[in-house]
Design a protein around this ligand. Structure first.
Ligand code: DGJ
Length: 723
């Protein structure tokens, strides 16, 4: 059992193989005592409480789910408004329950176990006697992972209405650490995944999304680290929210040097009405502890998200290499043009052809037809099924793009149902990319979309779906909700989306789904529960991608990171990079092409054929192996990383140099994650040479690395242990 309870001391000790988390009930308050490397549990464990006590005020007490109104002046984890208009509550410990395994969360994505022995769960029940508000804090701890998953269930056990004004998933008070730093991922469209690191001083740093989606601007993730923490050393505490809507993550340092980190659904513009007997379940926060730096924190997230968040047939399967027609044709294509690209792709070994935007309604540009999910016979005279069959006839699978959450004002759907979009009566409907957002809080809207997609899936052999979402939510209101529930719209939208995704993905388990939101606008764990891969960014430039993919890997496994080779000059930045370089960057992710293969020279086609064949050999390792980041593109001209198999007998190294270096110094790349006891053959891809090195030598002394004196150089090495 990984949860030890000492009832007489009010002590709860949650333990994984390398981590302890301690809670103590003090004067009825659940107090946060410790989170870090494993503490051996001893019978004498009673002095763990910090020097402060409630007598000195709640403001000095580290807490597990802090309240507002009785003397703690920091950010609370929750707040409610009672029918009498008051907003003060005080939760006191009531009881606890232990469960084997980890419960599912009704209607919400969540990490899971396949066997009850993988995790244990503690439910701490707290009550506010005056209002009848009950809060159940859920803690699941995995036996073999340094992961603790937290969420809260707020239940109205009183007789009167309770309005939630705020309900975060977790809040942790890290005391005794007065010089922590906060890390997070920031960005914008085509600039996702920037790693930020800021010192925390008295005051707070807040990242959030008010966009109704997790957003390009900030990913729903934050980490607390010490100033010494680096890629391979030092402590890191990660907080990742399994949610796809607006969120907040706030780190606050109080006047006593305690750092409080809270993460959850954004409390800005949020309220939720609970009638007597009703309950609200927050999304869950996945908290990871690493004593070996950021690299180990990331690998802990990768292993968990790859195997216990992603689901379905493709979770453990090698993903198909695809060619997508978006940057090849945009909206301007015919059936024959698509088949011509596919023909070339199939000759080169590509396995899946994806028909992107523009195949439905009357969509010649991005200003119409979203919602009209039926084929455009002007472009596809013999229909979609015919194109799909022709592509299948080439030995390739067929994939299709949808943007199911949207409606164009210029669409048949909008003409029939002008109230089906999110809107606020009497106000303008702000268009973005000429489109509005469907009101997914409404079951009839979701049913219409389900039927439209299901109809296509039953008549066209669709093996893959790209589920896109190209704008943020505005005028967030629903014609179907009463006035007192309008502030629930944004969260209800996400719950509606999850309900539809569950229905579609379970009804069509053989389809591989990839989520997308103008690239990485909704690259979050919530979406990964339904769709095991994401289009990482609309920026396909290989140099830009070094940073975007590196940053994204701070939390997300490589199997989820879609990466395509595109044409040069690059469509986003105009840069010309060699095909080898573009290939190596894209092969470091979930690989594909997004260009017109029919325009390639024979030499370029040979290169593609080589890349495709090579990726087929290594993709198991790339997609399922452990990622070790070696050199950060955020820090200089060189970047490198490697993938290592679980048994450490195989590895793959990619190294990149962006700009040529004249009269370059001797470079040595120190590898990581290998077995120091093993010997490895090291073969340079395309280099023909093969050498034998000890794992210890490769990690201590390193691997000699040289580039040609040209811009945009890459190197790839394959390592195989000698048994
Ligand atoms: C945005 C996506 O990120 C692109 O890949 C492409 O599918 C376009 N939408 C199509 O409109």
């Amino acid at each position: 059992m990984s949860i030890i309870v000492q009832e007489e001391k009010g002590l709860f000790h949650l333990q994984s193989s390398g981590m302890s988390y301690l809670i103590q009930i003090v004067d009825g308050y659940p107090v946060h005592v410790y989170w870090g490397a494993t503490l051996k549990h001893r019978a004498t464990m009673n002095e763990l409480l910090i020097h402060t006590s409630p007598g000195t005020g709640l403001d000095r007490l580290p807490q597990e789910y802090p309240q507002y109104g009785s003397g703690d002046f920091r950010n609370p984890a929750y707040q409610v408004e009672l029918e009498d208009g008051t907003r003060v509550t005080e939760l006191k410990y009531d009881s606890y329950r232990l469960l084997k395994g980890k419960p599912e969360l009704d209607g919400l994505p969540a990490v899971y176990v396949e066997n009850e022995s993988e995790a244990d769960t503690l439910e701490l029940v707290l009550r506010d006697g005056y209002s009848g508000l009950q809060v159940v804090l859920l803690y699941s701890i995995f036996a073999e992972r340094n992961v603790i998953v937290r969420s809260a269930r707020l239940i109205n056990q009183g007789k009167q209405k309770i309005r939630l004004l705020r309900a975060l998933s977790t809040s942790v008070d890290m005391f005794g650490h007065d010089n922590m730093e906060m890390m997070y991922l920031s960005g914008a469209w085509a600039r996702e995944g920037n790693i930020q690191r800021r010192s925390l001083l008295q005051g707070e740093i807040r990242i959030d999304s008010k966009r109704g989606m997790s957003s390009h601007q900030f990913n729903p993730f934050a980490a607390l680290v010490t100033p010494e923490t680096s890629e391979n050393h030092g402590e890191a505490y990660g907080f990742s929210l399994v949610y796809s809507g607006g969120f907040e993550a706030v780190a606050e340092v109080d006047s006593f040097g305690c750092t409080r980190l809270g993460i959850g659904v954004n409390s800005f513009d949020f309220a939720w009405l609970l009638h007597a007997g009703e309950q609200f379940q927050t999304p869950e926060a996945v908290m990871v502890y690493s004593a070996q730096g950021l690299g180990e924190m990331s690998r802990t997230y990768h292993r968990l998200y790859r195997n216990r968040l992603c689901r379905g047939k493709y979770r453990d399967q090698e993903r198909p290499i695809l060619v997508n027609n978006w940057e090849a044709t945009y909206f301007d294509f015919s059936a024959d043009k698509l088949v011509a690209i596919a023909e070339e792709g199939s000759r080169l070994g590509i396995e899946l052809f994806v028909l992107d935007d523009g195949w439905f309604g009357k969509r010649d540009a991005d200003n119409s037809s979203l919602g009209d999910w039926y084929e455009d016979r002007r472009k596809l005279p013999d229909g979609l099924a015919d194109v799909a069959k022709r592509i299948n006839g080439l030995g390739m699978q067929f994939g299709l793009w949808f943007e199911p959450e949207m409606i164009s004002p210029d669409s048949e759907l909008y003409r029939q149902h002008p109230d089906w979009c999110l809107h606020v009566r009497g106000r303008r409907r702000s268009e973005a990319r000429w489109q509005l957002v469907l009101d997914y809080t409404r079951p009839e809207v979701r049913d219409y979309i389900y039927e439209s997609l299901a109809e296509i899936f039953s008549t066209v052999p669709v093996a893959y779906v790209k589920w896109d979402m190209n704008r943020a939510l505005t005028e967030i209101g629903s014609a179907a909700l009463p006035p007192e529930r309008q502030a629930e719209t944004a969260h209800r939208y996400v719950l509606g989306l999850y309900e539809l995704l569950e229905r579609i993905t379970s009804q069509f388990p053989d389809i591989l789904f990839e989520s997308c939101s103008s690239g990485g606008g909704r690259f979050d764990p919530g979406m990964l529960y339904y769709m095991p891969q994401t289009w990482t960014s609309d920026n396909t430039d290989a140099v830009e991608r070094l940073k975007i993919q590196y940053g994204t890997s701070l939390v997300y496994p490589v199997s989820t990171i879609g990466a395509h080779v595109s044409a040069v000059p690059n469509h986003q930045v105009g840069r010309n990079t060699p095909l080898d370089f573009r290939g190596s960057v894209a092969m470091s992710g979930n690989f594909g092409y997004e260009l017109d293969l029919t325009q390639f020279t024979n030499e370029e086609k040979d290169t593609v054929q080589r890349q495709v064949a090579s990726y087929k050999q290594v993709r198991g390792l790339v997609q399922q192996g452990d990622l070790y980041r070696l050199q950060s593109p955020f820090e200089g001209n060189g970047s490198s990383w490697m993938f290592v198999s679980a048994d450490k007998t195989e590895a793959l190294v990619y190294a990149f140099q962006v700009m040529a270096v004249p009269n370059a110094p001797q470079r040595i790349l120190r590898l990581n994650g290998l077995d120091p006891e093993l010997e490895y053959t090291v073969e340079r891809e395309g280099g023909g040479e093969s050498s034998l090195y000890g794992g210890d030598r490769l990690m201590q002394l390193g691997l000699p690395l040289s580039y040609e004196p040209k811009d945009y150089q890459s190197r790839c090495f394959r390592l195989q242990a000698i048994q």
